[in-house]
Design a protein around this ligand. Structure first.
Ligand code: URA
Length: 243
């Protein structure tokens, strides 16, 4: 039976500090299974105990999974001294005491689907190429995407530094000598991977946006900079995705 200290539970679930939660407990504002509990050190089972603060029952969440539509100009990091980060965009009080971080990185000028979580195992699974979880991007490049580019992507591009990329899918949506638009699907997240892959075929990337992770698409109702918590079935949709 997993147990937590009551003050730790209150703090993690509400966003208030451990000190504030100890005070609230001592003031009789907290109930455990409908009984007022004034000892902050009480051990509770977060899965089964019904715990309330100020008469509001907690809906216990071990971890949180947030879908963010990343805007341009924001750093994919938890914290930065001077620059805005994706985690600083998720600024609800309730998440304050969770160690949130982004699942992988999108470049500063890339937009789209990014997950913010405090679940390291989940993040590892999503990022690891071994999981074969596909990430689909919408890309705009300068120039025309030809058949030989499609073939090279399908075989797996070797980057300028010798790094071999796994085969990638390329679905051309709009092709012209000036600018072309395509969907690219990869299973890895190497540094600047898509820009470097297109760089190898002399097609500079001018716009990049992530559309989906596994079989889960970015919620179209989220505008850039907006986010929402993900549902359990959405997490499962991502994890159960296999090629
Ligand atoms: N590939 C890139 O080049 N940039 C991203 O942000 C994501 C994939």
């Amino acid at each position: 039976m997993p147990t937590d200290r009551l003050d730790k539970f209150i703090s993690s679930q509400s966003g208030i500090s451990r000190k504030e939660s100890r005070i609230a407990i001592k003031q009789g504002k907290v109930t455990v299974n409908r009984m007022i509990c004034t000892d902050p050190q009480t051990k509770v089972d977060p899965q089964t105990c019904k715990i309330s603060l100020d008469n509001v029952l907690f809906n216990y969440k071990k971890n949180v999974y947030i879908m963010l539509n990343k805007p341009k100009g924001v750093l994919s990091a938890s914290m930065d001294k001077n620059r805005e980060t994706v985690v600083s965009l998720v600024n609800d009080e309730q998440y304050k005491n969770r160690n949130l971080f982004p699942v992988g990185r999108l470049d500063k000028d890339t937009t789209g689907f990014l997950i913010i979580t405090d679940d390291g195992d989940f993040a590892h699974k999503v990022i690891s190429p071994k999981s074969k979880i596909e990430k689909k991007y919408l890309v705009t490049v300068e120039g025309k995407i030809d058949v030989s580019t499609m073939r090279k992507f399908a075989l797996g591009i070797t980057l300028a530094d010798g790094t071999a990329c796994l085969p990638a899918k390329l679905n051309i949506l709009n092709n012209s000598t000036d600018k072309s638009v395509a969907e690219v699907t990869i299973m890895e997240g190497k540094y600047h991977q898509i820009k470097r892959m297109f760089g190898m075929v002399d097609l500079p990337v001018v716009e990049l946006s992530r559309l989906s992770i596994g079989r889960l698409k970015l919620d179209k109702t989220l505008r850039e900079g907006e986010y929402r918590e993900m549902e359990i079935f959405e997490i499962q949709t991502i994890l159960h995705t296999r090629q």
